[in-house]
Design a protein around this ligand. Structure first.
Ligand SMILES: Cc1cc2nc3c(=O)[nH]c(=O)nc-3n(C[C@H](O)[C@H](O)[C@H](O)COP(=O)(O)OP(=O)(O)OC[C@H]3O[C@@H](n4cnc5c(N)ncnc54)[C@H](O)[C@@H]3O)c2cc1C
Length: 378
């Protein structure tokens, strides 16, 4: 790990922590209650350049490595998990794959706008009948002259209401399986593209989750991202990188739940509560070490799929476990709607599901550790 990378991550962490204390934490309960991140906060995130993190200056971004991104997402999430997930999706699974796979023309048009925060980025893979098993997607594309036409329904898509760009994955023919899937860049507001409903959720309320309908969306030839048939590669690469970010978001919730428990114990101390706090500390700091290790390996250009899945598993488990212990420690106060302990528990419980469930992380890890990247002692 280079010290300049660590220094940059420290600077981003300090800047984000101050921003969160000033502009996010005070309105986090309202974001949850109203199920909406205010436009004014989205504008402030853009002004403070959070939407340009990890994007090189030549594409109007502010640079920054995976450690910086992890630090920013952890800090944002410690204030509001919904805000952090909005930024994580925008950067990790929308801007990053366009940077990796896009032509210069695609980067000029879409990455520059994303980096400036002119609309957020979204990622449209899941469907009503295709979640973990992505090869089952049934959104179809056909050719139309030189261009393409998309038809289908996407489900649980974050950021779609305010989207400037949605990456959409579609198949030429479901019988082709993985090889039939390609990625497309759909500008928000394209004719035939419609948010059919906003889905109410247990937690991460404020991070929009929607059903999207693509009803004959016409795209020019340059609407396809990457070579035809490489859609699953685009999606899985984005999700592997995204997992480091989502793990950092879960870590932020784990840390906030730990701090909330400390405050509750300060008000009403007991030996058994101290034992719960001790267990929570080990869970939180172990997860933090795995998130840091995954980001460091990504920055060093080393294989990081094993590390990203380990970090996502550990951080989402830590968030759920610590937030649950926080409810025990808080007693009846924790069960009250609107209490910090209650919101953290609801937010935490969604992390084992998003960007690959716990079971899917275990499948990935099993495959990595036995076939792809066997590891011994760390
Ligand atoms: C808040 C939120 C935001 C989201 N945002 C997006 C987004 O922006 N874009 C997007 O494309 N998707 C998004 N999703 C969808 C998310 O990626 C899927 O929910 C997730 O992949 C799981 O798919 P599923 O819900 O269909 O569950 P299923 O795949 O049906 O899984 C149901 C259960 O079965 C288990 N399971 C499935 N297959 C296996 C297996 N082979 N072995 C063992 N267990 C298995 C799962 O772990 C799970 O417990 C979001 C979801 C949520 C909750």
């Amino acid at each position: 790990m280079t010290s300049s990378g660590a220094a940059s991550a420290d600077l981003w962490r300090a800047k984000t922590r101050a921003f969160v204390d000033r502009e996010v934490r005070p309105i986090a309960p309202a974001i949850d209650r109203n199920d909406r991140v205010p436009d004014s906060l989205l504008r402030r995130l853009a002004e403070e350049r959070f939407f340009g993190l990890g994007i090189p200056p030549e594409w109007d971004g502010v640079g920054g490595d995976a450690r910086s991104l992890a630090a920013v997402l952890e800090e944002l999430s410690a204030g509001s998990a919904a805000v952090a997930v909005t930024v994580a999706v925008h950067l990790s699974v929308c801007a990053a794959p366009i940077l990796t796979w896009g032509t210069d023309a695609q980067k000029t048009r879409f990455v520059r706008a994303l980096a400036r925060g002119d609309g957020v980025g979204a990622f449209g893979l899941s469907e009503p009948d295709a979640g973990s098993d992505t090869a089952r997607i049934s959104t179809r594309y056909s050719t139309d002259g030189d261009g393409f036409v998309l038809r289908g329904t996407k489900m649980f898509i974050s950021n779609a209401v305010t989207a400037g760009v949605v990456l959409v994955f579609a198949t030429k023919d479901p019988a082709l399986g993985h090889a039939g899937i390609s990625a497309f860049i759909v500008p928000g507001g394209t004719e035939g593209f419609r948010v059919a409903q906003r889905l109410e959720k247990l937690g991460l309320r404020g991070s929009e989750t929607t059903e999207l309908v693509l009803d004959g969306v016409r795209l020019p030839p340059e609407g396809m991202l990457g070579p035809e048939g490489s859609g699953l590669k685009v999606a899985l690469g984005a999700l592997a990188g995204g997992r480091v970010g989502i793990a950092a978001c879960a870590l932020g919730v784990a840390r906030s739940a730990f701090e909330e428990m400390q405050r509750a114990i300060a008000r009403d101390d007991a030996e058994w509560k101290r034992a719960r706090l001790a267990r929570a500390y080990v869970e939180w700091t172990s997860a933090a070490a795995l998130v840091r290790a995954a980001a460091e390996r990504k920055d060093a250009g080393l294989p990081f799929v094993t590390d990203a899945s380990s970090a996502k598993l550990a951080a989402s488990r830590a968030a759920v476990s610590i937030a649950s212990a926080g409810l025990d420690v808080a007693g009846a106060e924790g069960a009250r709607a609107g209490s910090a302990a209650e919101r953290l528990f609801r937010d935490a419980r969604v992390f084992p599901i998003v960007e690959g469930t716990t079971e899917i992380q275990e499948l990935i890890l099993g495959r990595q550790l036995l076939d792809a990247e066997p590891r011994g002692n760390p």
